[in-house]
Write a protein that binds this ligand. Structure first.
Ligand code: FPP
Length: 249
């Protein structure tokens, strides 16, 4: 993979002992990137893959344990059929091309969302990549596909109801609900990045980002670089996180 030169000064500013455990990214602005260049929207998505590679490589390089990318939402089915088809094709290409690179970087793939509703060839490629990277012990790369936070909460409640039906009444608390989300076992994101300047959560990880620090950049996703990711981490480390308390100082 072609790697961009890294801003060493910025990299040195990152405190490796206080890294976010989980970074989640809403990758937005592919369409606008293409429109500005009078290109078809799919050219923006294609360029977006380049940015995905940069974000993955940068996160793995500094030792981020979990990186979650919002790649396809439950709402994205409303887009024209041709765009959806092309996005699914790009995802399959990415998975096929990237397996070796993921293994080289010791990255394990994970997926969240209503995966079984995706087209069968996509599901097959995902299962294959999950299996091929299963033994990797480095960063977990989590792709949110056919994902919606409300759908996730509905699915969790449904599972809890099934459990109650089998075992009688159960008492639900926060950790029990968390254990029935697609993200069970993952730490909650502590840093949520959104590109292209929109100030919305767009039905992404609503439960899990309760205490996340938000970092929004005007940069459109295809222009997002390793430098942007490092800058987000540096800024995150300057924030005082209080979780509703009064803080330490
Ligand atoms: C948002 O841009 C982006 C998406 C809906 C899809 C993101 C997909 C990729 C980056 C490529 C495939 C991903 C992987 C992980 C292989 P938009 O189309 O909403 O942009 P706009 O708001 O400017 O129209």
């Amino acid at each position: 993979m072609k790697t961009e030169p890294v801003d060493q000064d910025l990299l040195k500013q990152i405190d490796l002992d206080r890294l976010p455990k989980h970074i989640a990214i809403i990758m937005d602005g592919n369409g606008r990137w293409a429109k500005r260049r009078r290109l078809p929207r799919i050219a923006g998505h294609r360029a977006g893959i380049r940015a995905v590679r940069q974000a993955v490589e940068a996160s793995a390089r500094v030792g981020i344990p979990y990186l979650t990318l919002y790649a396809f939402s439950v709402e994205n089915w409303k887009r024209p059929h041709t765009e959806v088809k092309l996005l699914m094709g790009l995802l399959r290409q990415y998975l096929k091309k990237e397996i070796n690179e993921l293994n080289r970087q010791n990255i394990r793939l994970e997926v969240i969302g209503r995966i079984n509703e995706l087209p069968k060839p996509v599901v097959d490629d995902l299962k294959n990549t999950l299996e091929e990277t299963r033994k990797n012990t480095g960063m977990r790369l989590v792709l949110a596909l056919n994902y919606g936070a409300r759908a996730e909460l509905v699915d969790a409640v449904q599972e809890l109801l099934e459990k109650a039906k089998q075992n009688g009444a159960i008492k639900v608390d926060e950790s029990m609900l968390s254990e029935h989300l697609y993200t069970r076992g993952f730490p909650d994101p502590d840093l949520l990045i959104r590109t292209s300047g929109e100030l919305r959560l767009s039905n992404f990880l609503l439960w899990q980002v309760a205490y996340a620090e938000l970092w929004v950049t005007e940069t459109l996703w295809p222009d997002f670089t390793q430098k942007d990711l490092f800058q987000a981490i540096v800024d995150f480390q300057k924030r005082e996180r209080r979780y509703g308390g009064l803080g330490l100082s």
